[in-house]
Design a protein around this ligand. Sequence first.
Ligand code: DX5
Ligand code: ZN
Length: 212
Amino acid sequence: MTLIAPSMLAADFLHLEKDVQLVNKHADLFHLDIMDGTFVPNISYGFPIVEAIASIAEKPLDVHLMIVHPEKYVDRFAKLGTQMLSFHLNATDKPAQVLLHIRETGMKAGLVINPDLPVESLYPYLHLCDYIILMSVFAGFGGQKFIEDTYNRIRTLKAEIDRHGLDVKIEVDGGVCPDNAQRLIDAGAEILVAGSAVFKASDPAEVIAAMR
Ligand code: DX5
Ligand code: ZN
């Protein structure tokens, strides 16, 4: 079953509760983008917002760290009730240790790569991952255009996962919408992140239904 993970970066922060309830009712995960202004050239939001969302969330939190030194914040996100925590492969020189640390806290561990890193760079770590996020835009901003090469990247990664009989889900993040959802699923994606497609729509519930 495909999971739909609306990215709260595109939510209406003046009426955040409304958008949290929309995800509770219609979607499967809360995708939370944490940006530090250093790993990516943008700053999003931090713990107060994540805590507020967590306090009324009825679906798991899927936290996507776009920060340097992700290892510093693993325990803090675990304490907030995060179920899935991911970081970028090139944000640390000890990815294996960080993945193990995440799993030790009981969270699912994910590794993320931007479109300019080869999927092969993930292979040494796949056995330590519960999921991989393939960025289909360059991390840092919502509302960017989907990069078409993503379908090939999903297929290549999926084949490697299957070849080793691993249980690693593929999540796709960036420019995902009802028009490309089916092709992404056919290629092997199991979790679809969508920010603007959902929250900038006049009927977000309808967009989520269309993606399903
Ligand atoms: C980009 C973030 C994405 C983003 C997706 O750095 O990781 O999660 O919010 O937004 P859309 O769906 O608008 O591309
Ligand atoms: Zn994201």
